[in-house]
Design a protein around this ligand. Sequence first.
Ligand SMILES: NC(=O)c1ccc[n+]([C@@H]2O[C@H](COP(=O)([O-])OP(=O)(O)OC[C@H]3O[C@@H](n4cnc5c(N)ncnc54)[C@H](OP(=O)(O)O)[C@@H]3O)[C@@H](O)[C@H]2O)c1
Length: 296
Amino acid sequence: MRTLVVGATGFVGRRLVDALLERGHDVVAFSRHASTEPFPDEVEPFEGDLEDPDSLTGLCADVDVAYYLVHSLTDDDFAERDRRYASRFRDLATAAGVDRVIYLSGISGDGVDLSEHLASRREVESLLAGGSYDLTVLRAAVIIGAGSASFQILEDLSERLPVMVVPEWVRTPCQPIAIGDAVTYLVELLDADETRGETYDIGGPTVWSYESLLRLTASEKGKTIYIVPVPVMTPELSSHWLRLTTEVAYPVARALAESMRNPVTVREDADLQRVIPIDRTSIDAAVRTALAAEDG
Ligand SMILES: NC(=O)c1ccc[n+]([C@@H]2O[C@H](COP(=O)([O-])OP(=O)(O)OC[C@H]3O[C@@H](n4cnc5c(N)ncnc54)[C@H](OP(=O)(O)O)[C@@H]3O)[C@@H](O)[C@H]2O)c1
């Protein structure tokens, strides 16, 4: 199968490219820096910018399945950019006759009172749904792995603050997933025709809170942390607090922090595990693997 990974140099994209190659698929790897990425020789890099329509000519030629893994959280106007990019990609894929598009989005439950970031993920879902291909949407909460912005925030916090006065959102339930499991689901979709046109949540085997994830990450690093939630900390204040404690680019950290007030757990009736059962990795093991990869 000829596959296209849009966002192939990102945290998820790089690993997906390798997994698709291992399964014997042809891979076109697209991003603004695709030509300088050390992909395996079999990969066909395609460098371009979703901001620049001229750079996209031929992107979807002869593509059977495209994975859409782009977001613009590094920019203040990310929602506007992501709207523009998704619409542009939808039109290109439709014109080229792409058969299937798979989008990795964020878990957003019943869609009520969403943060700007999660609302934008939902909007991209609806825009992509307007194409003539079959769309499958997978929604994930925090994906645990080396190089994930959301995991990096947890790691930086647990590393730098032995005593944390933190926003109340540390108690919000979340259901993270190991990067290996997310990639397995993305690849397995190709053999599951019944998933065409559907939307699923994906997550690890257990529900956590940001507080318990912080404690786990700290203990895997041999540290003890003390967490004191403060109900009155505003989103504004909590994002400034993140500016002081994480290396993740401030606009990304701010958007992700604002999303931490929304519970992000897998809806039982929408769990992809019911359709594609895989042997899911425990989050303890996923955190250990991510930290070891960063040290290595
Ligand atoms: N990481 C998580 O914990 C997590 C959790 C839930 C859902 N997701 C979703 O999973 C998807 C992938 O996330 P990720 O963590 O892999 O993101 P990432 O590491 O930031 O990767 C984003 C990719 O998009 C490319 N890109 C950005 N702007 C572009 C543009 N204008 N034109 C072309 N390419 C562009 C980037 O490459 P260049 O910079 O080279 O252009 C990069 O390859 C996103 O939709 C995200 O919302 C992620």
